[in-house]
Write a protein that binds this ligand. Structure first.
Ligand SMILES: [Zn+2]
Length: 138
């Protein structure tokens, strides 16, 4: 389990830029990196095109996961934006979280300044704890 997520400023900027470009809909995508540091952002189509939820296009998702593998990188996070709410997982986010060991990164555009937080989401945690925040450093 990841102790934390390092998002260099240019990666954080890219996440915010993607969130703004899809606003008011939620954006989504994947973050790849190596040695615990994020190096590349992959934008994925939100097939719902909705302000309230996201579903990553499954074909794009598979292609990018192959690309990440072939590059010898790690999948370091799955991100999406909240355009009108805080950077905290919604009930839907928890229900649709299929990767228990991958940080879920949420970019919120709710306030004057964007906020980025990361969480581990486990739908079937034995202790009932479904949302665990992990530290993000830039
Ligand atoms: Zn969400």
């Amino acid at each position: 389990v990841s102790a934390g997520l390092v998002l260099p400023p240019e990666i954080a900027d890219e996440l915010v830029a993607h969130a703004r470009s899809e606003n008011p809909n939620e954006c989504c995508g994947m973050i790849a990196g190596i040695d615990g540091v994020a190096r590349r952002v992959y934008r994925v189509t939100n097939t719902e095109a909705s302000p309230f939820m996201y579903v990553m296009d499954p074909r794009e998702q598979l292609r990018i996961m192959d690309e990440i593998d072939e590059a010898g990188w790690d999948l370091m996070g799955i991100y999406h934006s909240h355009t009108r709410s805080a950077a905290y997982p919604s009930r839907t986010d928890v229900e649709l979280a299929f990767f228990p060991l991958t940080p879920y990164v949420i970019v919120s555009l709710q306030g004057a300044d964007p906020v980025i937080r990361a969480f581990l989401l486990t739908r079937t945690a034995p202790d009932g704890k479904q949302i665990e925040e992990i530290p993000v450093t830039t």
